[in-house]
Design a protein. Sequence first.
Length: 363
Amino acid sequence: MKVALHVGQLFQRVPGGIGRYVDGLLDALPDAGVELVTFAAGSPPPDRQPPFPQFVDLGRPHAPWRYELWHRLRRPPIPVQADMIHAPSLAVPPARDTPLVVTVHDLAFLRHPEVFTRRGVEFHRRGLAIAHREAAAVIAISEFTRDELISSGFEPERVHVAPLAIIVSPEEPDDAVDARVAATGVEAPYVLSVGTIEPRKGLDTLAAAVAIVRRSHPDLTLVLAGPTGWLSVPGLDGPGVRRLGRVDEATLDALYRRAELCALPSRYEGFGLPALEAMARGCPVIASDATALPEIVGDAGMLVPPGDISGWTTALSELLGDEAARRDLATRGRRRASDFTWAASAEAHLRAYAAAGARAARS
């Protein structure tokens, strides 16, 4: 099977979680027997290793103007020959007579439009409408997102679940891990939260809870690792809060391994990749008990309602004061994370591709 995969997200200044997904597909799909053709508008980033397989440069215009043309006019056509075209996000290229597969990560832009820019909401709405109208198969990254899509009008038989996964590099020696953390200026003990800084991540709740916990743990730091997204988040400039911005993979790995715990207070997540990353490294997790996070965390973490400052304060205090509980969550987290593999995700993608091909043949 030959699949044309759009890799434009990896050309963005901040590839984000979708960029991690695309990277995972580039590794996993060929191992599952898929011949990949990759395409995007522009030259690949010079530091990209390994290079994109069979890369086709679409030329000008580049994003975001090309995406506007795709969504508004469904042109220009994609000059690739493949059995199907896969859009790994809601930047949906015109597929014409080729079966189209679209991955939908979440519907946050519908459920919480107030925390997006108006342009962002409009862009994602148009992409979702195109997916509904044209996609032979839609891939959801969690059962939660599948349910969201079905409740939004997608036929159940057209929506396929393919959970995300991670690959964890072998742990470095202790002194190397300690050196990487020290290089950030962060000192123990700290609570880590990973992800884009934006309103739906619930970081205002977490910062308020940590401020209360610091009354009894004055040396505790809240460390935020991730780029600044859209709109502002209040409460992140107080004492005891360190914003590191985007960090490289080796540094992020070290931060997970030395954190007292990882806190994910999101109001809405289509998956919750940092929860999986933390669990795989033995970092205890506290997460919101909403949207996809309970599905990912299972019984391997502590779940708290989003926006509940009192609940988050209690959970943080209890877990910080109970080393045995943290060790137990670390063990359960590693076991839970081992269930999410790229091999399994690739097989789920193959099933979606096969269904897309069969549906297109019937139409």
